[in-house]
Ligand binder design. Structure first.
Ligand SMILES: [Zn+2]
Ligand SMILES: [Zn+2]
Length: 502
């Protein structure tokens, strides 16, 4: 009767609706009313499907605002949704293909009625309770069918949790929200999610929570470092396994930022020497060169160590931040036969190693996209030596030329409290910082990037980049060499053309 949607009866008043394995909806029939949870892709008349098993009036609720859960709303007069997903739903409803199809079949998108945490829907003998779970989307909800002890979770809890989306919350927020609703484990035995073929035991909740916790608390350890890449149509992400055939898909910018001040606590000296095991430190005769402000015990008459003094004069935290590393003085200290390192050069090696660790931590949670719209990751010669734009270890070569080594675009974005220049109303005419440089092709490329993101969003930008890098086999660098002497507007047009080709 219906070709795409297969009905599977779960008990005498509950059905699972599998839309061609592309989305799952549910139908609950109470003695007074029926409730459809998610209307799937809408290719087939969901109201007619419901009518094959119930003659009661049918209410509709959407777990969130994504197309594979809301497009079938067109078969109804009204649907319920959390207010925070209205914008996302409107965006999906504005897709040209959808608009065309809806017009063609003489249908229309019904209005939403908003629901919130704690709302109860009485179906007659069966009660559905709304539980808010922001994460996958900001307005994601779960529906608890109390009598059956089933929690309908949409895409908020499933075996393929997409958290890489622009609208997805940071993983630490998701963790907090999962903990907030942990009480559902006492109220439900089963989870019915938005891409399921059947019911899952509620233990899925804890398994997923543990995966999220690992990402939040053990980032940068071998637990997360082994996460593989994940290709999807919006670009490249990472996937973290949490159970058999189950992953959390995320991007690094969804991870919590690293507290660099805490990370720097491992550095106990300016020159990289490890004084933690020194006898003078242990017996309290010397606090180490940082605590003594560069006057450790071996300096006579409270004189300052030349290496510490040099760092202080240059305003850098330690020798590893110096452009002249390893300088003659540092080499002399390290290879001094009497007071130097064993083996010679040990502290220089330690500097490099510590710096490498700090850098990789600085980069975590910081995307390759600079606030000005330049994608540094694939492009910059500083590559792995830079902690990336805005991080504590940014070594942006442009910023280095600016007063106090601070990029005016970054300062401006921070002051305005926006994510990047693409969010700024003054972008078009802006000549600030990087944008004001005429002889740098990368400057126009940056502005074109910001203009592109303003129109199409960040994930479209990464799709476009991915296309240039992978499909066209071009390096971003070559792309802008080819585009040299082109204005930001011309570059934007070229990016749009690439995006359209994809
Ligand atoms: Zn979704
Ligand atoms: Zn979905």
């Amino acid at each position: 009767m219906f070709e795409r949607v297969q009905m599977k009866q779960l008990n005498d008043h509950l059905w699972l609706m599998d839309d061609n394995h592309e989305g799952t909806g549910y139908l609950i029939a109470g003695s007074e009313k029926a409730l459809v949870i998610d209307t799937m892709n809408g290719f087939e008349n969901v109201r007619a499907i419901a009518a094959t098993v119930t003659d009661k009036p049918v209410l509709v609720i959407n777990t969130h605002g994504h197309c594979d859960h809301i497009y079938g709303n067109v078969w109804f007069d009204e649907a319920m949704l959390d207010e925070k997903d209205l914008k996302i739903a409107a965006w999906h409803f504005s897709m040209p293909q959808f608009v065309k199809a809806v017009r063609q079949y003489g249908l229309k998108v019904p209005p939403f009625r908003t629901v919130k945490e704690g709302d109860i829907i009485d179906l007659g003998g069966l009660t559905a309770q709304i539980i808010s779970l922001p994460g996958h989307t900001p307005g994601g909800i779960c529906v608890l069918l109390r009598e059956d002890r089933i929690l309908f979770t949409g895409d908020g809890i499933n075996r393929h949790l997409w958290m890489q989306l622009e609208e997805s919350l940071p993983l630490a927020e998701l963790l907090k929200n999962l903990d907030r609703i942990a009480f559902v484990k006492e109220k439900a035995d089963w989870i019915a999610h938005g891409h399921a073929q059947g019911l899952e035991p509620v233990s899925l909740f804890d398994k997923l929570r543990e995966g999220v916790r690992q990402l939040v608390e053990q980032r940068g350890t071998e637990v997360t470092d082994s996460d593989r890449e994940y290709d999807w149509f919006g670009g490249r992400a990472l996937q973290h396994e949490f159970d058999e055939n189950s992953v959390i898909v995320y991007t690094r910018d969804k991870l919590p930022a690293v507290d660099m001040a805490k990370e720097f606590a491992v550095i106990d000296s300016y020159c990289g020497i490890d004084c933690s095991a020194c006898g003078f430190r242990k017996d309290g005769a010397c606090g180490g060169c940082r605590e003594t402000e560069g006057r450790p015990f071996h300096m006579q008459e409270g004189k300052k160590c030349p290496l510490a003094g040099c760092c202080q004069k240059k305003g850098i935290r330690w020798c590893a931040d110096c452009g002249d590393i390893p300088c003659e003085e540092l080499n002399r200290f390290s290879s001094d036969p009497e007071h130097g390192d064993h083996p010679a050069g040990a502290r220089i090696e330690r500097l490099g190693q510590l710096k490498g660790e700090l850098l990789s931590k600085a980069r975590q949670g910081v995307g390759t996209l600079a606030v000005c719209g330049l994608s540094c990751g694939e492009n910059c010669f500083l590559g792995e030596w830079c902690g990336r734009c805005g991080s504590d270890y940014s070594c942006c070569s442009y910023a280095a030329l600016c007063p106090e080594g601070k990029c005016p675009n970054l300062l401006c974005v921070r002051e305005k409290g926006i994510e990047g220049c693409w969010d700024c109303p003054e972008l078009d005419a802006c000549q600030k910082g990087f944008y004001g440089i005429d002889d740098r092709p990368a400057a126009n490329l940056a502005k074109a990037g910001a203009l592109f993101i303003r129109c199409f969003g960040r994930s479209a930008f990464s799709t476009m980049l991915h296309y240039i890098l992978k499909e066209k086999g071009q390096r971003y660098n070559d792309f802008f060499k080819f585009m040299e002497k082109k204005s930001a507007e011309e570059l934007l047009a070229a990016m749009e053309a690439y995006y359209g080709e994809d």
